[in-house]
Structure formats: C-alpha cells, structure tokens
Design a protein around this ligand. Structure first.
Ligand SMILES: Nc1ncnc2c1ncn2[C@@H]1O[C@H](COP(=O)(O)OP(=O)(O)OP(=O)(O)O)[C@@H](O)[C@H]1O
Ligand SMILES: [Mg+2]
Length: 523
C-alpha cells in the first residue's frame, strides 16, 4: 500500500534518516520500533507530508507520491495521529474532531450536524462525552481518544499512530486495539509506533526496527522473539553492557535486602517495641489528612529519605491529584503537611521547590517543556527558579550542568543550544527529568516519568533514580504500569476513587494483590 525507498533526511548535526526502505501492506498492523531518537517520528513525518525528504521516493497504491503538506497526505487517505496530542485545548470536543472540515450546508457550519457526528465518531470507540464541553475539561487519556476519533472520522487507506497508547490505561488500550483489528479487517494499512513490547506483540503482524536513523530490519512478529527485538533495537554491544548492569543491580538489591532483614532481625532481638520498619529513616515529609474538596479525599502519606513510594491506581483514581497537592500546584483545603517534623504550608509550586520538592509532570507539553527555549535553558529552568531569577547561574556553570545531565541521562541531542522542541519525544521527557534532578531535590514526584522512553533507556533511568535514592533522595513514583511501580517501589499506596485504600509492602505488594485492591476485593 505504502512504500519508501532510499529516504534520507538530514537535520543540522543529525542524520535522522539514512536510505530508509520501508513497506506497509494493506490489512496489516505494522509496528515501528526503535530507541529514542532512532528516527521513527521523522519517518512518519516524511510519510505524512510534514517533512520533505532530502532524497528517496515514495509510492502509495503503486503510484509515486510526494506530499507537499499533511493536507496532501490526508487527501490521499493517509491519516495520522501524531506523538503529541495536537488538539486545541480550549475548543469543544466536537470542534476538535471536525476542526478544518466542518460539514457545511448552504455554506454555513451546522452545529447540530457536527455534534451528532462527533458523538458517532466517539461511539465507535465506546466513549461517550459531552462533545460541547471544552477539550481541556477532560484528562489527557480522554483527549487522546478524541484525537483518535478525529483520525478515524474520515475514510482512510493508511492509518498512522505515533505512540497513541502512552497515556491510556489497560482498558482503553484494549478498546483501541479492538478498533484497530476491526479496521485492519477492512483492508486499511496500519502503522503503529510504541515503546511497549507487550503491546507490540499483542497487535502486530510485522515489525520494522529502526536504529540510528537506519532501518535495521523488517520481521514478521511471530518470527522475532522479544529478547531479539530488544537486542536489535539497542545493538549488540549495548545489550551485553545492559545485561551486566542488570546483574549488578540484582546483586546490589539482594545485598540490600539481606542487610535490611539482618538489621530488622537484630532490632527485633534487641527490643520488641521498635517502630515496625526499623531500617526506614524518619520521614522527610508527612501528609496528614491532606485533601481538596471535589478532587481528593483526605490522605495520609509518609515519604522517607532513600525510599520510593509507588502510587498505584486507575486513571482518575487520584494519583495526579495527590501529586499536585504535594507540590502546591493545587491547594489543600484540609489537613497538614510536616517537613522534617515541622508543619509547613505549600501554597504554590514555588513553596514546594523552596523545600526541595521537584515535580516531573505527566503532560510534558502543557506543564513541562518550553519548546522555544534551548535544551540547556529547559534543563536549568527549575534550578534557576529555585535560586531566584536575579541570581543568574553563570554561563560556564550552566554549560557544565546541562552537559552533565545530558550525558547522565543519555539525551540524544546535536547540541544543547538547540530548541528543545527539536528533540525526539523520549529525549524531551529525559530533559524534563534532568530539569528536576539538576535542582538536587530531597523529594522528587515522578508522574509517568518513563512515558515515551524506550525500553533500554527506561532501565538506565531507573538505575539512576535508585542510585540517587541510595544517597537519600525520596521519590513518589506514579505510573499506570503496575509492574513498573512494583519493580522500583519500596512501598505502594493504592488509590481508588480519589482515596487511599491501602498501603502495601513486602509480600503483599504483588501484581495480583494490587489489581484486587484496585478492583475492590483485595485485603
Ligand atoms: N526538526 C528537527 N530539527 C533538528 N533535529 C531534529 C528535528 N526533528 C528530529 N530531529 C532529530 O532527529 C533524530 C530522530 O528523531 P525522531 O523524533 O525521529 O526520533 P524517534 O525515533 O521518534 O524517538 P522517540 O522514541 O524519542 O520519539 C533525533 O536526534 C532528533 O533530535
Ligand atoms: Mg517519536
């Protein structure tokens, strides 16, 4: 249905695509995989007329094509859902679905038509919303469904989705996959980008692996086991280094557990009436009955230095609300907060930052990156704010710090002076994390920190966080992936319907139990 041959795209300092041959068949679901910065989004942008390739040719249905713009691609039946939700937050849901192609009768825009069609488009996704409400009234996952409805609202021959599931929960992903399978039956060619290995195998017929701007290979999903897929994405040298690190990590973790078990045992021997977790240092921050009417029921949480507390729960269970209260982004209307035993007031993010709290937010576009500023400026933003704008970080120091974090987190950038908007999605996410790590926080709130980050980088980042933790950093870790929460957290607080329903550690913190708690039947 769609092929490219010899596509090359060079940006200043970066060969984003080099001689890429790619083919997409009708009636298949084809997944494009590769590390952050491998060239996936660039290839999609070329396929959809957002970018013009430097060299190479494309065919659609056997005919040579050269899309001068996304509108050309749309007109030819190539529909796209880009990596960043590209909707207008202050327009209504219905307007977002039909913006630019309102049904007109006698030249006038027909509101009732638009609303009805928007409802129908959403109904295909089993979503029912008030389509006349403004889009930003809904959480990001719902906005994503609206973007999908928009992409599907017109007949398509090719449907391209760049990381559509990164903000969806399991149920929503299942729903989307159902729709994709249905579309595939009708002969549409579907190209999908994701960093989730399980999802790749759940849905793909074929996989193309990209590495450093080149096509590494094309495989039938059933012929390529997951470990080989990862090896092909990261390259073989990288892979063996990774495995060595994983072993070290495992050993260190086991040693720490043995040590803690030993200490616990000794403490128990020495004196029965010790606090329950003798090795946990006193909390850095304690929330006592912190809540906000209409958004979060009063909650108690203790965050200890050197510990990671996970927050598990479905979308809308109050995870982000809790984070925002802790960061002063929303004001609590009940309860108290103690920092190192003393009551404090967190009336604004500025207060929170002043107390050494960092918040890496879920929606990197809205609350995160400033696209026009350079990578360096973005990384130093929180540190500069914390010092006060009148105490400017010196130039050499700024260069040194930014370079340090770019290196530590493996941010793939031609140069730190580039506008951050030019980085690949996953690299922007890493820069956002660097921003908060650069402030040397005592508590770091991470809301879906690994969204859009490739598998290998995910492990690197988690390693780095655990190392910082060993030096006394406290982390509140939020992720929709329960397995990820369990892997990194010392304790897990489970939320449901905007209240904390349990806190588990040790043997109770296993996936089954947490799912049961979330579903309302766990102990
Ligand atoms: N407009 C641009 N100007 C300069 N460099 C760019 C531009 N767009 C992309 N790049 C660079 O091209 C490379 C490939 O980026 P691309 O966005 O295609 O990666 P990706 O595979 O989609 O990664 P991710 O998984 O992080 O989304 C990156 O190094 C990126 O910084
Ligand atoms: Mg991308």
């Amino acid at each position: 249905m769609l092929t490219t041959s010899g596509i090359t795209k060079i940006f200043p300092g970066v060969k984003a695509l080099q001689h890429v041959d790619f083919r997409l068949f009708p009636g298949e679901i084809h997944t494009l995989m590769g590390q952050n910065g491998a060239g996936k989004s660039t290839l999609i942008n070329v396929l959809t007329g957002v970018l013009q390739p430097d060299t190479g040719t494309m065919h659609l249905g056997g005919k040579v094509i050269a899309f001068g713009s996304p509108q050309d691609a749309e007109a030819a039946g190539v529909r796209t859902l880009y990596q960043e939700v590209n909707l207008c937050p202050n327009l209504s849901v219905a307007e977002n679905i039909f913006a630019g192609r309102q049904p007109k009768r006698f030249g006038a825009i027909h509101w009732s038509d638009i609303k009805q069609r928007a409802q129908a488009a959403l109904a295909r996704l089993d979503v029912s919303l008030d389509v006349s409400r403004s889009l930003d009234a809904y959480p990001i996952a719902v906005q994503q469904m609206v973007a999908i409805a928009r992409a599907l609202s017109v007949d398509a021959r090719v449907l391209i989705l760049d990381e559509p599931t990164s903000s969806l929960d399991d149920g929503e992903v299942a729903q989307l996959f159902k729709i994709l399978r249905h579309l595939k039956q009708s002969g549409i060619a579907i190209l999908f980008v994701t960093h989730f290995i399980e999802q790749t195998y759940a849905i793909s017929d074929r996989i193309t692996v990209m590495r450093n701007g080149e096509r590494e290979g094309e495989y039938l999903a059933r012929d390529l086991p997951p470990d080989q897929l990862v090896a092909k994405m990261v390259g073989h040298e990288r892979m063996s280094e990774r495995l060595r690190k994983a072993d070290e990590h495992q050993e260190a973790h086991e040693a720490q557990e043995a040590q803690e078990a030993h200490e616990a045992h000794e403490a128990h021997e020495a004196q029965e009436a010790r606090p329950p977790s003798p090795s946990a240092p006193p909390p850095f921050i304690e929330l006592r009955g912190i809540g906000r009417r209409g958004s979060m029921q009063p909650i108690d949480l203790d965050l200890h230095p050197g510990r990671i507390l996970g927050l598990a729960g479905l979308l809308g269970s109050g995870r982000t609300e809790t984070a925002r209260l802790l960061f002063g982004a929303d004001r609590a209307d009940s309860g108290t907060i103690l920092i190192e035993g003393r009551p404090v007031r967190l009336r604004s993010p500025r207060d929170a930052v002043g107390h050494g709290i960092g918040y890496c937010a879920e929606d990197r576009k809205k609350e995160g990156i400033v696209a026009e500023l350079s990578i360096r400026e973005n990384i130093l933003l929180a540190l500069q704010a914390r010092r006060g704008w009148w105490r400017k970080i010196s130039r050499p120091r700024a260069h040194e710090l930014a370079d340090l974090w770019i290196e530590r987190l493996g941010i793939k950038a031609a140069d730190a002076d580039q506008p951050i908007g030019l980085l690949s999605g996953g690299n922007q996410q890493k820069a956002l994390l660097a921003r908060w790590l650069a402030t040397d926080p005592k508590l770091l709130i991470l809301d879906e920190p690994t969204r859009g980050i490739d598998v290998a980088a995910k492990f690197d980042i988690m390693d780095r966080l655990l190392a910082l933790c060993a030096n006394g950093l406290s982390i509140l870790f939020i992720s929709s992936e329960i397995s990820e929460v369990l892997r990194v957290s010392h304790r897990v607080a489970v939320l449901r319907d905007r209240r904390k329903i349990a806190e588990v550690a040790g043997t109770a913190s296993n996936e089954d139990n947490i799912y049961r708690l979330i579903a309302g039947s766990g102990e």
